[in-house]
Design a binder for this molecule. Sequence first.
Ligand code: NAP
Length: 511
Amino acid sequence: MAEHEHVRVAVIGSGFGGLGAAVRLRREGITDFVVLERAGSVGGTWRDNSYPGCACDVPSHLYSFSFAPNPDWPRTFSGQEHIRAYLEHVADTFGLRPQIRLNHEVVMMRWDGDALRWEIETAQGRLSADVVVSATGPLSDPKTPDIPGLDGFPGKVFHSARWDHDYDLRGKRVAMIGTGASAIQIVPSIQPDVAQLTLFQRTPPWVMPRMDRAITGPERWLHRQLPFTGKARRGLLFGIRELQVTAFTKHPKQLGAIESLAKANMAKAIKDPQLRAKLTPSYRIGCKRILLSSSYYPALAQRNVEVVASGLKEVRGSTVVAADGTEAEVDAIVFGTGFHVTDMPIAERVVGADGITLAEAWKDGMESLRGATAAGFPNWMTIIGPNTGLGNSSMILMIESQLNYLADYMRQLRVLGGRAALGARASAVHAWNRRVQDRMKRTVWNTGGCDSWYLDANGRNTTIWPGTPSEFRRATRAVNLAEYEVVRARAEQETAGDRAGTATGAAEAVA
Ligand code: NAP
């Protein structure tokens, strides 16, 4: 076998998760790592999603790293270009560039049980790593439904996450497919310019007003001069959301009170009762992500917009056909149809200790230990893994919790010495998931009467964390070695009993 580079840690992806992991590894004194990025620049989902109107619906002072505050956020809900610039800035400020390998898509990674390391094949050659941190993100691979006749469509087709900026939509007849968080930002951004917009709405979303405003010069000055004011602002945003969580997780009926606010948001702009009826959801608010927009409904009320309350079923030449038979002739089709979340493609590219892929291991649904590690995949950790998503707060909080876990994982490995890896015990993974799924039963995501990308093909919610971000922070503060077995090179494998003893001993050594 040809010699190739070996590193302590290979991080995959350079979005919030990957860059955060890189900063955290540095802070733990680990410098022997690389960040493998498939694209030509950093930024993850905030690089790939550049559609008109793209912005975050979590306030910027909360949707940023606690260790890299930005006093200069221009708006309360900043746009994609500012969030992307922030991530570029993080890469520069923390000196990460030399370790970031752009255009290094990971093609395959295999656990080598003899050498106790991951063999990684990238688009630009091979390397190996003791530990893999998979930070590819759940919103990275666009999903386009399999629509009969789409291949024969003579016009332009693209997905919201792969916007074609060279294609001019002005004066065109456009079909927008989907009414999720992406589509409701695209619709008001393109509506004034297109000749006709036909919106295919399979399920209406709940849309609340978006309280976006410019952050004033004096506010920014204050955050620059007195950094604790920025922290206080973040703390307030965090606290409010923390208090909201039990309504989502334990008392979904309480959410009913805010449905009237969303209905008022609609009624203000939509005067036609028939259109209002089409746009009114029939499930509990919060079951799908609550969307924020003050411009979506006003755009739908315009004369050049038609809402088809049915999904796209077929394309016949340049005619798009809905499931209810409605037809429209269009020049372009824009899919705002989301991402491969519960069937993340990276899982096909990870081959674990038993020679099976993560996708095979997860064929009945994703399962990990504390959102991070998986049985049969030693020294492999995912950032934003199963059941780490949030319905109402900032994912950066969850990412930072996972970085704490990563840091402790690396400390535990150091205590064990060079010739050992850590593998999540199947029993611990099952116990964790039983607890997660038990708590999930009462949540609005499972009881609210909707279908959403939070649920997998079996109807199991494998994406959302059924608690507060603080609870997750506590659950991931440190690695509990009783949940792991110490994996030795095959040649020196010990009995299961010895391994358990070693694990306990290491736990004591670290405690
Ligand atoms: P999404 O929430 O998964 O929405 C996909 C949409 O496509 C749904 O409305 C779905 O309908 C629809 N759809 C699928 N197949 C269809 C068909 N054949 N005909 C008509 N409609 C069809 O995807 P997304 O909007 O890209 O958002 C994904 C996630 O990204 C969000 O939930 C959020 O976490 C994140 N995001 C955040 C922001 C923000 O911060 N503002 C912006 C964009 C995205 P059904 O509802 O019936 O399934």
